[in-house]
Design a protein around this ligand. Structure first.
Ligand code: R5P
Length: 319
């Protein structure tokens, strides 16, 4: 439902991007652009217009690559908005980096998710809105309330026409099992789970596949595609067990880190559906199999609900 300008004092501040423009349109509100410059030594410089004074602000910033710059931009923008006299500040974070570093695997390691949460605390947000965070439990690391939205219904709409009656929804690792079960229920299809072990950031190995995939068309679902190695390993394991070479891959976050094209080169992968949570990654421009579903309706509705003090209800993730 579009929000008329006159009913709100809320301003959305963002770097210009297709997602911010689409959110502005859906809210029938203008998005105030964040001004960003880089000094020759690499320092970032951020400024906001005076329209934020005396108003509640929603700051839209995704932590996509380059992640350090994205985080620093968010911190500088939050500071600029506070100093410019905003009455409150909500952080709208379509993709939260470092969420995979939710535990330490060995002595001497850092705990990335706790560190990123500490950096957010320095930004003094009143509320955070995030989408399909890798580990929802890391909400507990954050100092302010977190609204955890899900893109599952948007992705489900895109997957449904691609899924035949002979489909099987596949979790490429145990972490994606609950997500895959929800998609399987929605689509009325069986479920399969691939056992994956991560060897290092670029390599995984797969073990058994639980569930019958023979002569079925796999729909592999995950929270994110980074290097693509998880999906690629799952597809190999499925083909080895007789699945049809007609695979749909769907994930909320298309990070598409270097190497993803080689990893996803298999002709068996026919469609890759992701959202626009990670800006600036033109995967769909270089690979016609990649389809982007916009988060704009979801985020616009969440911003509208926050502005009007309404519950977020069905927009929130389910366990
Ligand atoms: C891991 O637990 C995540 O859910 C994804 O499966 C993984 O991070 C994807 O990364 P990559 O594409 O580099 O395998």
């Amino acid at each position: 439902m579009p929000l008329p300008d006159s009913s709100s004092r809320l301003v959305t501040v963002s770097l210009p991007s297709p997602l911010s423009v689409a959110i502005g349109k859906a809210l029938a509100m203008e998005t105030t652009p964040l001004l960003l410059e880089r000094f020759p030594d690499g320092e970032l410089h951020v400024a906001v217009s005076s329209s934020v004074r005396g108003r509640p602000i929603a700051l839209l910033q995704s932590l996509g690559p380059p992640i350090g710059d994205s985080m620093m931009t968010m911190a500088l923008a939050a500071d600029a908005i506070h100093r410019a006299g905003a009455t409150s500040l909500a952080g709208i974070v379509p993709y939260l980096a470092y969420a995979r570093q939710d535990r330490r695997h060995a002595e001497g390691e850092s705990l990335g998710a706790a560190v990123i949460a500490a950096l957010f605390a320095a930004c003094r947000f009143d509320r955070l809105v995030m989408v399909d965070v890798h580990t929802p439990a890391i909400e507990g690391f954050f100092a302010c309330p977190v609204e955890h939205l899900t893109a599952e219904p948007l992705l489900a709409q895109a997957i449904a026409p691609l899924a035949g009656a002979d489909g099987v929804v596949v979790a490429p690792d145990l972490g994606a099992a609950k997500l895959a079960r929800r998609h399987a229920r929605r689509l009325g299809l069986p479920l399969a789970i691939v056992h994956k072990t991560r060897l290092n950031p670029r390599e995984v190995s797969t073990g058994e596949v639980v569930g019958d995939v023979r002569n079925r068309r796999p729909i592999v679902v995950d929270d994110m595609i980074s290097t693509g190695t998880t999906v690629a390993a799952a597809v190999d394991a499925l083909l080895d067990r007789g699945a049809l070479p007609d695979v749909v891959v769907a994930a909320t976050h298309g990070v598409f880190a270097p190497g993803w094209q080689a990893a996803l080169a298999s002709d068996a992968i026919r469609h890759v559906v992701v959202t626009d949570s990670v800006p600036g990654v033109a995967a769909d421009a270089v690979d016609a199999r990649v389809q982007r579903v916009s988060l704009a309706p979801l985020l616009a509705e969440a911003i509208r609900a926050l502005d009007l003090g309404l519950p977020l209800g069905a927009l929130l993730t389910s366990a």
